[in-house]
Design a protein. Structure first.
Length: 169
C-alpha cells in the first residue's frame, strides 16, 4: 500500500509541476495572447474588443498570484479556456476534435501488438514513419531556403562560392 501511496504522491507532484509550468511559461514570455490577436487581425481591433479579449484571456487581474488562483479554479471546474490558435473555439473542443485521431493511433498500435509484432517493429513501421514525415518535409523546405539564400548572397556580393561555379558557362 505504501508503494501506491508514494507513486500517487509522485504523480500528483508531477501533475502540479507540469500545470504550474503550463501557467508560468506563457506569462513570463514577452507578449501575450491579446497582442497575438491584434497581430492576427492586423491591428483592426477596437479598444473595446481589446479590453474584451484581455478579460477573456484572464489578463485583467491584478497580479500573477490572482491569475494563478483563477487558473486552478477554472482548471478544476473543467474550463480550459479559449484557444488562441483556433480562436474563438474552446481548448476543450480542440482537444475533443483531436482525441479520436489519437485513439485510432493507439488502437492500431494495440492491434499490431496483439498480433505479436515486436514493439520495435511497431514503432519503426507504423509510428516512426508517420511521425518523421513532417519533420523531413520541414527540413527539406528549410534546406531549400538556406541554399537559395546562400546563392543569392554569393551572386549579389560576388562571393566565389558554388553559385559562381553554377552560373559560369
Amino acid at each position: 500500500m505504501r508503494f501506491f501511496a508514494r507513486r500517487f504522491l509522485f504523480y500528483l507532484l508531477t501533475a502540479w509541476a507540469a500545470l504550474t509550468l503550463n501557467f508560468l511559461i506563457p506569462r513570463l514570455m514577452p507578449g501575450n495572447p491579446v497582442e497575438i490577436m491584434i497581430a492576427k487581425y492586423k491591428g483592426q481591433l477596437s479598444p473595446a474588443a481589446v479590453k474584451s479579449l484581455t478579460a477573456l484571456f484572464g489578463l485583467n487581474h491584478a497580479g500573477l498570484g490572482s491569475q494563478y488562483v483563477t487558473y486552478w479554479r477554472d482548471l478544476l471546474h473543467g474550463n480550459l479556456g479559449t484557444s488562441v490558435t483556433y480562436f474563438p473555439s474552446s481548448v476543450a473542443s480542440v482537444i475533443a476534435a483531436a482525441l479520436p485521431w489519437t485513439a485510432v493511433l493507439v488502437g492500431v498500435s494495440m492491434v499490431a501488438e496483439a498480433k505479436g509484432l515486436p514493439k520495435r517493429r511497431i514503432i519503426m513501421t507504423y509510428a516512426a514513419r508517420n511521425a518523421v514525415l513532417p519533420s523531413i518535409a520541414s527540413f527539406a523546405l528549410s534546406l531549400g531556403f538556406v541554399v537559395s539564400g546562400a546563392l543569392l548572397v554569393e551572386v549579389v556580393f560576388s562571393y566565389p562560392g558554388s553559385a559562381m561555379c553554377s552560373s559560369r558557362p
